[in-house]
Design a protein. Structure first.
Length: 184
């Protein structure tokens, strides 16, 4: 069954409901990945830039995520799923936004509220260490890393709406030193 007020989230009466972090009424928790996702918007695209610096012992990957999303309600604040990263800055529609990162959520308070059905552009600059311990979408290969963020670890690689029902387009750019992967 589909509820139009939730931005197209499919509701199953058997699922339990969680409170939205944007102040809206409760929404269904994903039965497999509870605690992830935000129905206050739908992501249209992710534009991801990674700069890998293996010589940097503490922060080998600098990254920027540019997320284009359409709001399904007025948003005075909203969240992205994010974990195991050091967020340096967040901007919404080109304006600096306040943010906090706790547990698996990057809570964002834009400079002004986002109108319903508005296509917003969210820029998040962050650092991440692919070698960090614990469950993660980064796979240490000994000479670098690989990505394996599915089914529920994308939020350890980039800030996102990490739920299967929010499909989006992706662009990845990865810059690496030539010594790591010399061209033929």
């Amino acid at each position: 069954m589909q509820d139009e007020s939730s931005g197209g989230v499919h509701r199953d009466p058997a699922h339990r409901f969680d409170r939205c972090d944007d102040g809206r009424p409760p929404v269904p928790a994903d039965p497999v990945f509870p605690g992830l996702g935000n129905p206050g918007y739908e992501v249209e695209s992710y534009d991801l830039d990674f700069v890998y610096r293996p010589e940097e012992p503490k922060v080998p990957v600098e990254a920027e995520a540019v997320i284009t999303a359409r709001s399904s309600a007025e948003l005075q604040k909203f969240s992205l799923d994010a974990q195991k990263m050091h967020v340096k800055s967040v901007a919404v529609d080109g304006e600096d936004a306040r943010f906090t990162l706790a547990k698996k959520k990057l809570q964002i308070s834009p400079a002004s509220s986002v109108a319903p059905n508005h296509v917003m552009r969210i820029n998040v600059r962050y650092d991440v260490d692919p070698r960090s311990s614990g469950a993660s979408g980064w796979v240490d290969t000994g000479k670098g890393f690989a990505l394996a963020p599915q089914p529920d670890k994308a939020h350890t690689v980039f800030p996102c709406n990490d739920v299967p029902w929010d499909k989006a387009d992706f662009t990845f750019r990865v810059s690496i030193p030539a010594a790591v992967m010399p061209l033929p």
